[in-house]
Write a protein that binds this ligand. Structure first.
Ligand SMILES: NC(=O)C1=CN([C@@H]2O[C@H](COP(=O)(O)OP(=O)(O)OC[C@H]3O[C@@H](n4cnc5c(N)ncnc54)[C@H](O)[C@@H]3O)[C@@H](O)[C@H]2O)C=CC1
Ligand SMILES: O=C(O)[C@H](O)CS(=O)(=O)O
Length: 475
């Protein structure tokens, strides 16, 4: 009998008639059954969040205590939560454990930030005629936050939405990805145990086209925070009117390997960071631009390092690359590679699929007319392109609709900083892959990669309004 999960609405667990199966993404077995939210449940969740926001006060210190407690509980239940990620997302267990450690930090950071949300003094007395006035700003919560999350980091990317929202004094309606809802329901259990008052966090499970759509149209939601594809992000932008919106969308991350790079470091780092969680990380390396003069050496070293990766059962402690989220997704990647081969691409390594498992793959002879380069692959596949002129390479790197993070390997400081200035991204890594993130840093993209920043301090900024208070002093 699969484990059963209800929805979490107004501090209560709600079972509905309509159920969805959650499958183990490696074995395909159904391991959990979750209630699906109907229109009435979504209405109830939004109402509860709205009512709690209007009628229940939670002081900054209380928010700090609750978030800190959740952070501690994550460590207490670390193995259970990590095993769950591996089941519902197919993420290799060692990467799932790292995700729990990172989420622990995300909650801890948000807890700390809850105690230092403040405005600033405004010198209105400097304006002629305002000599007898004093002013300052307050940071007030936006109200109800609607959070919609993707499948790939079902704990930590959810943490990046709900922890800062609650730290800032908001209430939340969360819709997790249909493929990975259990992690969010487990987080709700932790909040319940940590003493979060009813209505502050509501979790509704269901598809984007039903639950997501209903959330998008509800005027009681003051801010939407979305992580997912650019396609759905655009829908949200078009349907949420004048409400605030944070969009964390896709990328086809570029990394430059310059002629003055440490080739061993570049090859080793790129082999490790391009295929983690089967490349289903939005800052996973996709486009590698290598200087002509070092291409041969880099290629050999990259392929050698990839051979050391363990591919297969995500529950095995040794596994580096497990299955993709579904067989359909792995088939899509197979089709894109076939299409690229038809356009002249060469498979240097991998390229084979077995069910949802896709081998780490390296493509050469690729160019910007191919989908594998210009669109987001979201798969364990990298493309190699060579360059001889650094300026032209930077133009090629920017020849993308996306701009989340990028990187360069070089010992030449001038080139490193030139690239850092010119490459159109939200974050740029020198002597590292695009896939670098720690949870305190500002994280977010430009162009079709979205706008608004995550990282608790930065999200809290987005999730609060600045209110000006002016005192008219009578002598
Ligand atoms: N920039 C970032 O931080 C990140 C971006 N991503 C991006 O997410 C994508 C992969 O994740 P997926 O879960 O497949 O993305 P997705 O866009 O298909 O789904 C994301 C969420 O949106 C919901 N949704 C789908 N249609 C909707 C609609 N019409 N209205 C409202 N909600 C709707 C889904 O149910 C899910 O909860 C990739 O493009 C990836 O790059 C993933 C992780 C981080
Ligand atoms: O966008 C993603 O897929 C993530 O932000 C992953 S990570 O950078 O937080 O690890």
């Amino acid at each position: 009998m699969p484990d059963q999960y209800g929805l979490f609405i107004n501090g209560k667990w709600v079972e509905t008639q309509d159920k969805a199966n959650v499958k183990n993404k490696y074995t395909g077995e159904v391991y959990a059954e979750v209630s699906k939210a109907g229109e009435k449940d979504v209405e109830e969740a939004i109402h509860s969040a709205h009512h709690a926001y209007k009628h229940t006060d939670l002081s900054p210190y209380e928010r700090y205590k609750i978030l800190n407690k959740v952070s501690e509980l994550l460590q207490v239940r670390k193995e259970e939560l990590a095993q769950n990620i591996t089941s519902e997302a197919g993420k290799p267990i060692k990467q799932a454990r790292t995700e729990i450690d990172r989420a622990t930090q995300t909650f801890e950071l948000a807890a700390e930030e809850a105690k230092r949300i403040h405005g600033e003094g405004v010198p209105v007395e400097a304006a002629p005629g305002s000599e007898n006035r004093m002013a300052f700003t307050l940071k007030v919560p936006v109200g109800v936050v609607g959070a919609i999350s993707p499948f790939n980091f079902p704990v930590n990317l959810v943490a990046h939405k709900i922890a800062p929202a609650i730290a800032a004094g908001n209430t939340v309606v969360l819709k997790p990805a249909s493929a990975t809802p259990i992690s969010s329901l487990k987080l709700a259990e932790l909040f319940e145990e940590a003493g979060l008052p009813a209505g502050f966090l509501n979790v509704v499970v269901g598809s984007g086209s039903t639950v997501g759509n209903q959330m998008m149209k509800d005027k009681r939601i003051n801010l939407y925070t979305f992580t997912g594809s650019a396609e759905v992000g655009l829908k949200l932008k078009q349907n949420t009117g004048l409400n605030k919106l944070i969009l964390e969308l896709g990328n086809n991350s570029p990394v430059i390997v310059d002629e003055e790079a440490d080739i061993d470091l570049a090859a080793k780092t790129l082999a490790q960071k391009s295929f983690a969680y089967a490349g289903q990380v939005c800052i996973s390396v996709q486009r590698i631009y290598v200087h002509d003069s070092v291409m041969k050496e880099f290629r050999e070293k990259l392929l050698d390092a990839i051979k050391d990766l363990h591919v297969g059962d995500p529950f095995d402690d040794k596994t580096d690359v497990g299955p993709m989220i579904s067989e359909d997704e792995a088939e899509r990647v197979e089709e894109w590679i076939q299409e690229a081969k038809g356009q002249g691409a060469e498979v240097l390594f991998g390229g084979q699929r077995e069910g949802a498992l896709f081998e780490p793959t390296v493509l050469a002879n690729t160019d910007h007319n191919m989908k594998v380069v210009c669109e987001e692959l979201f798969a364990p596949v990298v493309t190699l392109m060579s360059f001889s002129n650094f300026e032209e390479c930077l133009n090629e790197v920017n020849n993308s609709d996306y701009g989340l993070q990028g990187g360069i390997f070089t010992k030449n400081v001038d080139k490193a900083f030139k690239a850092a200035r010119k490459v159109e991204v939200g974050g740029f890594m020198i002597n590292d892959a695009s896939q670098y993130r720690v949870d305190l840093m500002p994280y977010g993209g430009v162009k079709n990669s979205g706008w608004g920043k995550e990282g608790p301090k930065y999200s809290i900024d987005e999730m609060t309004e600045e209110r000006l208070i002016v005192m008219n002093l009578q002598n």
